[in-house]
Ligand binder design. Structure first.
Ligand SMILES: [Ca+2]
Length: 431
């Protein structure tokens, strides 16, 4: 690690400040032309099938970092690389999706997929795609807005209820909202779409809506938002009287579960954690129940965070990234009392979007590991966790030139990934 730190400093000195005027916004929806690096040979890679160690490879990131910031602890960035040992194969299930944003596996083995422009699609296990299912309210579909994530009711086979997050357009501005609707028996439409929660205030803007949502095992919902990007709005991530830059915890009617800020009269009781920039990934560990999120950082500051109730995750006061202009973010500090450090960060950014814990037994070495869809990084991140630290990183599906938006584990134990280009990849055991 000492060597890595020295390299950080050297790169910092050599590369200096970033070139101004270039939009490096990691989640920039229009930036589809990712430059891809040549795969460099890994000199320490061992071919022996008897190799017991998964994590003795060089870090997967070889590009220079954007800043000269140093990690707060060893292993917080550029951890050892690792490689899946079992033989896998990749196939494309369908190419017929239109800007898919969220994907979940239904109890019957099919996949339910949201499309950004405002449609639900149902994809069979063999890749047949349903016609678009409509029934959504007015959406703000510019930029990063649109129909975002979805989660099926825990009782979906009985109640047919689906929960969504969306960038809702109103005459007062747009807002990240959570809604509920019932899928018609013939699956052609959504009935009685009802907004159950809005991450107010309204704002005219088309970026940093978040958003993901997921059911916890007790039937409550965790919802993620963003800071709405502008200099005028992002400081709201630090205040508790609004829905920007938060993880929210609500029941199925949109009401708060607990009050994590009982001493602050103006604090929203729906807020679970705060100080987030733009969260497009959330997953709950299958065994511990811990809540993990991926967070889009500024240039060089993408984060993986373990979410604890009532905690402040620092944005925009604290960040490992710099502004896309090359300037420091506010004071340019990476540690601050009473704020939580990211468990891991990426510099340069991967633009982490949807993520999932692998909860199948089919690929045993992946069990309970975390997979994150990378937009700008143009790969799927696989992370091995131990004691709430990252101990190994692998890049999957990295030679496709795709921007990966969301992931789900199928009933067959394969990993499924949807891309901004409209594809759905399957990565599974080699047959
Ligand atoms: Ca943070």
């Amino acid at each position: 690690m000492k060597i890595i730190l020295i390299v950080f400093v050297l790169f910092g000195l050599l590369s200096g400040c970033a070139s101004p005027g270039i939009d490096y916004t990691s989640e920039n929806e229009t930036d589809i032309s990712q430059e891809r690096e040549e795969t460099t040979p890994k000199p320490n890679e061992k071919d022996s099938p008897d190799n017991e160690s998964d994590v003795d490879l060089p870090p997967v990131e070889t590009a220079p970092p954007e800043s000269d910031y140093l990690p707060a602890f060893e292993g917080q960035t550029r951890i050892d690389g690792m490689k899946t040992r079992v033989e896998t194969e990749v196939s494309v299930l369908t190419e017929e999706l239109n800007q898919p944003w969220g994907i979940v596996t239904a109890p019957d083995g099919r996949f339910f997929v949201t499309e950004k422009q405002g449609a639900l699609r149902i994809v069979s296990a063999s890749g047949e795609v349903s016609p678009p299912v409509s029934g959504f309210p007015a959406l703000q579909t510019q930029g990063q807005g649109g129909l975002l994530d979805l989660a099926l009711s825990p009782d979906f086979l009985q109640d047919r209820l689906i929960y969504f997050t969306l960038a809702e357009q109103t005459d007062q501005g747009s807002v990240t909202a959570v809604g509920q609707a019932r899928l018609a028996e013939d699956e052609t439409e959504l009935i009685d779409f009802t907004v159950i929660f809005r991450a107010l205030p309204y704002y005219e803007g088309s970026a940093h809506f978040g958003s993901r949502l997921i059911f916890a095992s007790d039937g409550s919902l965790f919802v993620t938002t963003g800071d709405r990007q502008s200099d005028d709005t992002r400081m709201r991530a630090q205040t508790l009287d609004n829905g920007y830059g938060k993880v929210l915890h609500i029941d199925r009617t949109g009401r708060a579960i607990d009050d994590h800020f009982p001493d602050q009269a103006d604090a929203w009781t729906e807020i679970y954690s705060y100080g987030h920039r733009n969260i497009q990934g959330i997953a709950i560990h299958p065994e511990t129940g811990d809540i993990w999120i991926s967070e889009m950082g500024p240039r060089g500051g993408d984060e993986l965070n373990l979410i604890l109730p009532g905690k402040n995750y620092g944005w925009p006061l604290v960040s490992y990234g710099i502004e896309y202009s090359g300037a420091r973010v506010l004071e340019g500090i990476t540690q601050l009392e009473d704020t939580e450090q990211p468990v891991y960060y990426w510099d340069p950014v991967v633009a982490p979007s949807g993520m999932v814990f692998y909860d199948s037994d089919v690929i045993a070495e992946w069990k309970n590991q975390l997979f994150i869809a990378g937009l700008r990084g143009s790969h799927v991140v696989r992370l091995m966790l131990e004691n709430n630290r990252v101990i190994g990183e692998e890049r999957l599906l990295q030679d496709m030139g795709e921007r990966y938006r969301d992931l789900s584990v199928g009933m067959d134990g394969a990993l499924y990934a949807v891309t901004d280009s409209g594809k759905m990849y399957r990565l599974g055991l080699k047959q």
